[in-house]
Design a protein around this ligand. Structure first.
Ligand SMILES: [Zn+2]
Length: 406
């Protein structure tokens, strides 16, 4: 131990350590493990001298297992869990600096497991390397046969992590080593309006229709963009990203949770900017605002066209509204501008109840023909019943007078 505390010149330190390790060859517990890891040789070398790979080489040469495990608390939620020296080393890079590639190489060459997962969180070297934007280390791990599709306990993959931190290079390495592109990374690229990443994922086989199960409430990547991207962050990137999707000619009538793309854009935190960008990018959407797929159908069968949806749901202070759902007219309310935008593109008011036999609500407008027919039937029903009752009474009266005569 004193060797590492000595701050000796580099050469002396390496020579001293070689001698020291040779002498203590049989005392394996000194490497890592049974004792407090903080006092072990391996920890000291990784912690204090991770930039001096020869020291590590000497230690491993003297018999220290490269895959030494010890208890460490990365996350208080999971408590202290078994970790490997390699994973521990990579985790230090997140808060501190990049991991020394030579040290990683020595550990991997000597047999450290690149696919190790911690028992609690399921954390693994590849996820950490991707999250800390270390494409070179990511490649080292992949070349050492790390599984590119490893997941942590929450289902997070290395490709998702690389996409989240915006490392195009790490993404490329992972895809080259058969990472599945349909792991919702495209949703992340779309939400963060990273056009080059979305393009790479689509070029490498990601499906434009994959409905995000884990993180996106069953929205497709384009749906996720409409709902959750921030249009103000980088309008040019947003435009590029929408164009990346437009080039793939997606089916724009597809719904997510009963909502069309325009409805998802209206639900965005910046609904005006997002809806405008969407209508600019897709001619089909501009020309089909009145189509059936753009009708919002509420539970209970109430149906709203886009303008009526805005009037009913987009007012920022709708709790104070009267039964006619007039807008609050505050400067901050997006509803009037949205309604105007949709009207400019020809969107019409339609509002009705679809449920068979139901009475139509006040303000009903533009219901489909079958609803009009049904409503006529419902309205005519009391008259028909009245007529039937009258006929029956006449019949009975006739029968009575006939029996009286006979
Ligand atoms: Zn309002």
């Amino acid at each position: 131990m004193a060797v590492f505390e000595s701050y000796a010149p580099r050469e002396n330190l390496i020579n001293l350590s070689r001698l020291f390790f040779e002498r203590s060859k049989l005392k394996k517990h000194l490497y890592f493990g049974q004792d407090d890891p903080l006092t072990s040789h391996l920890y000291q070398i990784l912690h204090r001298y991770s930039g001096k790979p020869l020291l590590l080489q000497n230690l491993l040469d003297s018999g220290c297992p490269p895959d030494s495990r010890f208890l460490w608390e990365f996350d208080p939620v999971f408590g202290a869990k078994e970790t490997s020296a390699l994973l521990w080393l990579l985790c230090q890079a997140q808060a501190d600096q990049q991991t020394d590639k030579r040290t990683v190489e020595i550990l991997l060459k000597q047999g450290a497991d690149p696919s190790f997962r911690t028992p609690g969180s399921g954390n693994s070297p590849l996820i950490v390397a991707a999250l800390s934007s270390q494409p070179d280390v990511t490649l080292q791990l992949l070349e050492a046969q790390a599984n590119a599709n490893v997941e942590d306990k929450s289902g997070r993959t290395p490709l998702q992590c690389a996409t989240r931190v915006g490392s195009l290079e790490s993404m490329e390495h992972l895809l080259n080593f058969k990472a599945n592109p349909d792991d919702e990374s495209l949703h992340i690229a779309a939400r963060r309006t990273k056009a080059s990443m979305a393009k790479m994922l689509l070029d490498r086989g990601a499906s434009i229709y994959w409905q995000g199960i884990h993180i996106c409430d069953y929205r497709t990547p384009l749906g996720e963009l409409c709902r959750n991207a921030s249009p103000a962050r980088d309008p040019a990137q947003l435009k590029d990203n929408l164009n990346v999707f437009a080039k793939r000619l997606p089916d724009l009538t597809k719904l997510a949770n009963g909502r069309s793309f325009v409805l998802l854009a209206l639900d965005n935190d910046s609904p005006f900017a997002m809806t405008t960008a969407l209508l600019k990018a897709f001619r089909f959407m501009r020309e089909n605002l009145n189509s059936d797929f753009n009708i919002f159908r509420e539970l209970g069968g109430v149906c709203y066209s886009l303008t009526m949806y805005v009037r009913h749901f987009e007012c920022r202070n709708r709790f104070s509204l009267d039964s006619e759902r007039r807008c609050c007219n505050l400067d901050t309310c997006p509803a009037p501008d949205l309604e105007k935008l949709l009207r400019e593109f020809g969107c019409r008011d339609r509002f009705w109840v679809e449920t068979a036999g139901a009475n139509q609500p006040p303000g009903v407008c533009g219901p489909p023909p079958h609803v009009v027919e049904e409503q006529k039937l419902v309205e005519s029903l009391p008259k028909v019943q009245e007529q039937q009752t009258r006929l029956l009474a006449e019949e009975r009266a006739r029968a009575r007078s006939n029996s009286g005569r006979s």
